[in-house]
Design a protein. Structure first.
Length: 284
């Protein structure tokens, strides 16, 4: 039995199939953890969702910002952008089943000693607290008032976590941290403007995983979302502040990367396939 983490797919179904072939993946034997942004920007979100759903328990999927955007389009609380490529999902005869499956995916997972998120974790959050907060969002996504939750989900404020936050503000901060975070201050104020690499940090901000004294520091973490952080899997020589970035820019013509998890938490081996550029650069 082998265990894998794979970064952002973004509708790139063919590279995903090639990567599964390269690692000799077997759904009856192996498990793959997908770190969110399953859909959008790439050419075949529909085929990819059908494939993931068919893998059953062999594929454990997280939700990213693009996946939440698709759910918002489905519920009619957002309009499609000019770079969106998910219309085939919304128009498919099995659309309702696929999107109901999507809304039941996780916001964070802890498996085999690793904490897995799409984007990041705020400095104040331990691994255990991250899972508890993620579960609050999961409950809203799976509940009877999905449309109201998605309507209130958007926005950049509050920009900082406080334990006293409640209602829509509380859920919005959790969603923004787990699915959009790149830079924050040591006090956990989030920045959403910069999408460049770690060296382009705004004044007063740090990559979230470089914040000194981060409460989750002791737990190895795998995350995606930040395609400008690592452009090639060969640049990943080891854990970075006890984190493993796995969005290697498949949709932008980079590669799609799987980390085969070792027997000890924090151990991994990388396997990657090259990807054709499926989308011109655009804002998230």
């Amino acid at each position: 039995m082998s265990l894998y983490c794979i970064g952002d797919l973004q509708g790139c179904h063919l590279p995903f199939q090639r990567l599964l072939e390269k690692i000799d993946f077997s759904a009856s034997r192996d498990t793959v953890y997908l770190l969110g942004d399953l859909v959008n920007r790439g050419p075949d979100s529909l085929g990819l969702l059908r494939h993931l759903m068919a893998l059953g328990d062999a594929a454990k999927c997280l939700l990213g910002n693009h996946d939440l955007h698709l759910l918002a389009l489905w519920q009619g609380v957002r309009k499609a952008g000019r770079h969106d490529t998910v219309q085939s999902v919304l128009q498919a005869p099995d659309s309702a089943a696929l999107l109901d499956w999507l809304r039941h995916r996780a916001m964070a997972l802890q498996r085999h000693g690793w904490l897995m998120v799409h984007a990041g974790v705020l400095p104040q959050w331990t691994a255990a607290q991250t899972l508890v907060l993620a579960a609050e969002v999961e409950q809203a996504l799976r509940g009877p008032d999905l449309k109201s939750f998605l309507t209130a989900m958007y926005g950049n404020a509050p920009s900082q976590w406080h334990d006293r936050l409640a209602g829509a503000d509380r859920l919005r901060v959790i969603v923004n941290a787990l699915t959009r975070l790149r830079f924050c201050t040591p006090d956990g104020v989030m920045d959403f403007a910069s999408k460049d690499g770690a060296g382009a940090k705004p004044p007063g901000f740090l990559p979230w995983f470089e914040v000194p004294g981060r409460a989750s520091q002791g737990t190895p973490m795998a995350f995606g979302h930040w395609s400008t952080l690592v452009k090639d899997a060969r640049q990943i020589k080891g854990l970075r502040n006890n984190t493993l970035p796995l969005d290697t820019g498949c949709v932008w013509g980079g590669c799609l990367t799987a980390a085969r998890l070792g027997a000890t938490a924090g151990e991994f081996e990388l396997i990657a396939v090259k990807c054709e550029q499926a989308q011109q650069p655009a804002t998230d």
